[in-house]
Design a protein around this ligand. Structure first.
Ligand SMILES: Cc1ncc(COP(=O)(O)O)c(C=O)c1O
Length: 388
């Protein structure tokens, strides 16, 4: 029996594969430093713990309405009011099993086989595969300069088959925040040309530098007429990756379609995790401010160490917990370089090619201070000591 074409053609998630490899090498006794991670090493918000315990003590954890419990949706609406100065109605909100499911719901709800979906490089590793999973065609736009494509770079790839554009700011892997003008122009262009726009802002509470992007909803007159879908969640900002809660905000029409799809895939997100997320959002800025202080110190530590590597080039991250570093003067093939580094130094990084840009490595600063210093130190000693 043959498996489906999709199952055969899908690439395994590069980051999850590296996590497994790091775990395996560690269990074999290798001295591994994992700088490829995608989650903050940070304790949960106190209120998330409290709400989870209360829920468990009730001894009732059941199915919920498909698009999420009312108390969480109300909290999300308040959260959007605080961060974007816009309160969506509860019918505009769909709570899902991680931001990843929100993205999948969006693609299932909007893309027909053969439709083109524009993805801006560097992009999160899953975007291209998820578009393929709904039989869409991923169209990757690489920046003509730097790490953020310009409006012209993007418009040059629009065709009559373009159905959607996916953007992610603050960006994984570059750690950069897209300029307000680009976001405004894209939202405007998409709404005038009937193109869906997925705006993935899962890292928007993790802006380390003194940058305050204009709230995205200020560009939208009427959400019910808008083609934009906003994605957020508790995984990154609240260090709650294991709870698997994400949420989308969109017009009621799009939200209804996404809910129908979700109903047939997961029925609803976990009730326990939804209760925990209510707690996290109530704790809100009190929590994210502490997380940000920690990330700022680690970001500065990482780039201070990277700057000692002679031929590494970079744009310092403004946000997230990732640095995207150009090592092409050492080795242009990022998969090869990443493999050599694991083999020779025991340091795990993620090859830039997985994010659509070769020559780079993504190095995370969400681990411990000592791992950052030791890990980058080993890379420097190897590369500048003539290891290649
Ligand atoms: C840009 C981006 N979007 C979405 C996600 C998925 O988040 P979640 O863990 O909530 O599914 C990630 C996770 O790494 C991400 O980096």
């Amino acid at each position: 029996m043959e498996l489906s074409k999709i199952a055969i053609s899908l690439k395994p998630s590069a980051t999850l594969k590296l996590n497994e490899l790091a775990g395996k090498l560690k269990s074999e006794g290798r001295d591994i430093i994992h700088l490829g991670g995608g989650e903050p090493e940070f304790d949960l918000p106190e209120l998330a713990v409290k709400k989870s315990i209360e829920k468990l003590n009730s001894k009732r954890v059941k199915y919920t309405p498909t698009s999420g419990i009312k108390s969480l949706k109300k909290q999300i609406s308040d959260y959007f009011k605080e961060i974007y100065h816009f309160s969506p109605d509860l019918e505009n909100i769909v709570v899902s099993t991680g931001a990843k499911q929100c993205i999948y719901n969006f693609l299932m709800a909007t893309v027909n086989p053969g439709d083109e979906v524009i993805i801006l490089a560097p992009y999160w590793v899953s975007y291209t595969e998820m578009v393929s999973m709904v039989y869409g065609t991923p169209v990757v736009v690489r920046p003509s300069q730097g790490l953020i494509p310009s409006l012209d770079d993007i418009l040059n790839h629009i065709t009559s088959n373009t159905k959607a554009i996916m953007i992610n700011s603050p960006n994984n892997p570059s750690g950069l925040v897209y300029p307000d003008s680009l976001v405004e122009n894209l939202i405007d262009y998409c709404s005038r040309n009937n193109i869906y726009l997925l705006f993935d802002s899962i890292y928007d509470q993790l802006i380390i530098d003194d940058i305050t992007p204009k709230p995205i909803f200020s560009y939208i007159e009427d959400i019910e007429k808008s083609t934009a879908v906003f994605i957020n969640g508790v995984s990154k900002s609240f260090a709650m990756t294991g709870f698997r809660i994400g949420f989308s905000v969109a017009s009621k029409e799009i939200s209804k379609a996404m809910t129908k799809i979700q109903a047939q895939i997961t029925s609803c997100p976990s009730e326990l995790s939804q209760e925990a997320s209510v707690g996290a959002l109530i704790e809100g800025r009190k929590f994210t401010i502490k997380l940000l202080e920690d990330l700022k110190r680690k970001r500065d530590l990482l780039f201070n160490e990277i700057s000692k590597i002679k031929k590494a080039k970079f744009q310092k991250s403004q946000a997230t917990f990732y640095g995207f570093i150009d090592f092409s003067e050492y080795e242009k093939d990022s998969s090869k370089l990443s493999s050599i580094l694991i083999e020779k130094t025991g340091v795990v990084t993620v090859p830039g090619i997985e994010f659509g840009m070769d020559g780079y490595l993504r190095i995370s600063f969400c681990g411990s201070d000592s791992d950052i210093v030791k890990g980058v130190g080993r890379i420097r000693d190897f590369l500048d000591g003539g290891g290649l």
